[in-house]
Design a protein around this ligand. Sequence first.
Ligand code: SF4
Length: 511
Amino acid sequence: ESDEIKKRLNQLIHDLGLADEVQVVLTGCFGFCEKGPIVKVLPDNTFYVQVTPNDVVEIVEEHIVKGRLVKRLLYTDPTNDEQISDSKGMDFYKKQIRIALKNCGFINPENIDEYIARDGYQALGKCLSERTPEEVIKEVKDSGLRGRGGGGFPTGLKWEITKNVENDQKYVVCNADEGDPGAFMDRSILEGDPHSVLEAMAICGYCIGADKGLVYIRAEYPLAIQRLKIAIKQAEEYGLIGDDILGTGFNFHIELRYGAGAFVCGEETALIHSMEGLRGEPTFKPPFPSVSGYMGKPTNVNNVETFANIPVILNKGAEWFSKIGTEKSKGTKVFALAGKINNVGLIEVPMGTTLREVIYDIGGGIKDGKEFKAVQTGGPSGGCLTKDFLDLPIDYDNLLASGSMMGSGGMIVMDENDCMVSIAKFYLDFTLEESCGKCTPCRVGNKRLYELLDKITQGKGEEQDIEKLKELSVVIKDTALCGLGQTSPNPVLSTIKNFEDEYKAHVLDGK
Ligand code: SF4
């Protein structure tokens, strides 16, 4: 639909002889998916929502030609019925701070000039010409940035470890194998701002001593792939990727590697095996990829969102970045809001924002005025948080302490009508499907867990089945080989912990 809107806008603007004055630019995602497609008119920043191709004539003739707002397409604040024309005034954006999503919705991702106009490649230029790798790594360490893919490992420290391994061949890998159900942060960044990731990969290469970068991206992301390819080509033409970057003698090439959409390939060692053309199975660590990764060489793996933070940190400084967030979780986090929430979309908030702010102030509350029941964070590896946690400041440590986890940032909201046993079964079904089958606790244990859940949801369960679920979950967590298996029982354990009455109701009511 967006393509059709763009086509009609261009045609009409051309027919009215306005093509020299008015430019139509297709951007990446604004984040406010619930209200898409969005047409933003600059310079007055008017934000038209849920636009259809049939609205194009009115937008052009009324707004662009006569300077009058098309009121029926303006966003209406549901709390006070007030028409809002400016995105800055919307509750959806008020509490957000955009670092990783800084350019998404603002630039044409297929035009490198627009990225450069918003300080793009400035950080790379400064690093190569003015700073040593040690200085850059120190800045990243001082910023407190932690891996946004789920692990939360300090990014600067990871770079330092890889840098300190002696080897004449090293690699930078970008993990773009986003696989959580309901998560689309990385896809949006790559579709909306691919150069930020390429720039950060080159900076990382400079720091660790690598001349090659690989983006491991799932083949199901065709638009992200297309935009990455365009971005790589443009950056090469501008001398920002390739040999002798900016005349500094630093060489850095970037290639794409495609994944077949296996969730387990988000795990670093499985990802590397898949890139090598092997089965995407995890292996024991150590050795860590920083020491022996792609083709046995030291490899630094970071995910898309982590990389997207790097140019901004280096442009604005570690001190600026580290003032945002909580004591141990600095900066912002991108979350994909999905499920029974009014404003489905992509948001970026400072670490420490409470769940209540995310769900009610930004997310607009629960659909159809229903009661909030729980939110699943961390995808299938995470857990559900109940209303008792609504005032919990979200950061890595608080989520872990509450029995869930940050994960890559998926948030699925449940309302009063959702059955939590079925939710646990849904996630386990996903994990079961995605298990690589290498180790018995995950391959067989999760199957047994699923069978128990299935029995309970069919009303055929017995009370001791709930205890069996708990015992088996603990065994799987303790003995599975990789993170996928070790975290797969989390949705079962957290739903039993918070909603055991629902398990019992299934057993007692026989349905
Ligand atoms: Fe494969 Fe599961 Fe074992 Fe991980 S825990 S290695 S996904 S079988």
